[in-house]
Ligand binder design. Structure first.
Ligand code: ATP
Ligand code: MG
Length: 390
């Protein structure tokens, strides 16, 4: 058999039935192709129960692994040696893989799917196990081996690999539809957006800035973060919306204690309008219950009242420490925690209301031309696109 390199990608199959499965697999294939698009690999291929990508000779395996790690929907993956089936070659390939590793105990785990191969998975375990035992002089341990040698037989193809790398889990980005994620310059909102991506939602980002009353630091930062999150979504659009004109109207016409909430209501109104244009079905924010005055149960409702779509808050029940740990894992923490001039701090109230009511907020907005403010803000927004790989 001519031995070739492959990436073998597994996903969780629970809940994947009928047409649902095919939809999921196609999305995963598409995202794997995009994630590795610049590495010169073959097109990913669906086989029953897994996706394979053939690696050309000399492919940078570490680069392939780094890319696969960030693809949502993959439960685990491995770099395998494989080709057309024949048992003698499997012995040699497995021995080549195993001999360069250091281990005391090992196990062989064979799986066979829709194959004319004359041996059962159990027979392969025994035969290959015996070969490896004799050549390595190590011990077999089936319950907790140091090293597991996997053999997957699918049709007339065989893949042999040692160990599996955990994937990013979740669902492939795109299978759940589109959401508009409100991206501030803080720590929480990128974490919330990434959570939604991991459940298959494609995020369109919206950032509100108060230029020229603030500098450009929040815009720069939102761009940097959107660029980082493109690692998971491959193609990210960011709307940069000027909030200052609406903020000036709010400052001039509304009670000071409600300012922050009224800014937030403008944000979700404008974001709902953008969502309509983008075909998005929900808004996403980084709110965490009780974190600041605008995130009490009362005030979250006051803000949500102004949205015309559901507002989802994946961080709602999570502590700051948990959110920070996740931001660190995503790689956004450092960028998010440097000082920066944010929109909401503009003319910040000295004593923000912690328990406002929807009626109060609506009454405060009576003298504003909301339709006009929303339309003007959307018209004045700029968009940027971030691609990964570039
Ligand atoms: P973050 O770390 O995400 O900024 P935070 O604790 O600072 O969160 P707030 O500033 O109260 O929280 O904002 C709550 C949420 O409102 C943010 O997570 C974000 O989704 C949205 N938001 C706040 N400011 C902006 C902004 N300038 N542009 C877009 N969305 C924003
Ligand atoms: Mg913030």
């Amino acid at each position: 058999m001519r031995v070739r390199g492959f990436a073998v990608v597994h996903y969780h199959e629970i809940g994947l039935k009928g047409r649902n499965r095919s939809f999921f697999e196609q999305a995963l294939v598409r995202n794997l192709a995009r994630a590795t698009g610049d590495l010169g690999l073959a097109r990913p291929r669906r086989l029953p129960g897994r996706i394979i990508i053939e690696l050309p000779e000399g492919a940078d395996r570490a680069a392939v692994e780094a890319r696969l790690r960030d693809v949502y929907g993959a439960a685990n993956f491995s770099i395998a040696s494989g080709g057309t089936l024949d048992l003698e070659s499997v012995y040699e390939v497995a021995w080549e893989l195993v001999r360069e590793r250091s281990f005391e105990t090992f196990a062989v785990r064979a799986r066979r799917t829709q194959s004319p191969f004359p041996f059962s998975a159990r027979e392969i375990n025994e035969k290959l196990g015996t070969v490896l035992l004799e050549r390595s002089g190590k011990r077999v341990n089936l319950s907790a081996p140091d090293l597991t040698c996997h053999v997957e037989i699918v049709g007339d193809l065989v893949f042999v690999y040692a160990g599996r790398t955990p994937g990013a889990g979740g669902l492939p980005v795109g299978v759940s539809g589109t959401v508009v994620a409100l991206l501030s310059a803080g720590i929480d909102s990128p974490v919330a957006a990434a959570r939604m991506m991991r459940r298959g939602a494609r995020c369109v980002f919206v950032h509100f800035h108060s230029q020229p009353f603030t500098d450009a630091s929040s815009v720069r930062r939102a761009g940097e973060i959107a660029g980082m999150l493109a690692r998971f979504q491959h193609d990210v659009r960011l709307f940069l919306v000027p909030l200052a004109p609406a903020q000036q109207r709010i400052v001039a016409a509304c009670p000071e204690s409600l300012r922050t909430l009224l800014y937030r209501r403008m944000m979700v109104r404008i974001a709902s309008e953008i969502a309509g244009r983008e075909g998005a079905k929900a808004l996403v924010t980084g709110d965490s219950l009780g974190q600041v005055a605008s995130q009490t149960l009362e005030n979250l409702w006051v803000v949500e009242d102004a949205a015309s779509l559901p507002v989802h808050r994946p961080n709602l029940g999570r502590d700051k420490a948990e959110i920070i740990a996740e931001a660190q894992a995503l790689g956004t923490f450092e960028v998010s925690s440097a000082p920066c001039q944010e929109a909401c701090v503009l003319f910040e109230p000295r004593r923000p209301a912690t328990k406002a009511s929807v009626a109060q907020a609506r009454a405060a907005e009576e003298s504003l031309d909301l339709t006009r403010l929303v339309a003007d803000s959307v018209a004045a927004s700029e968009t940027r696109t971030y691609r990964f790989p570039a």
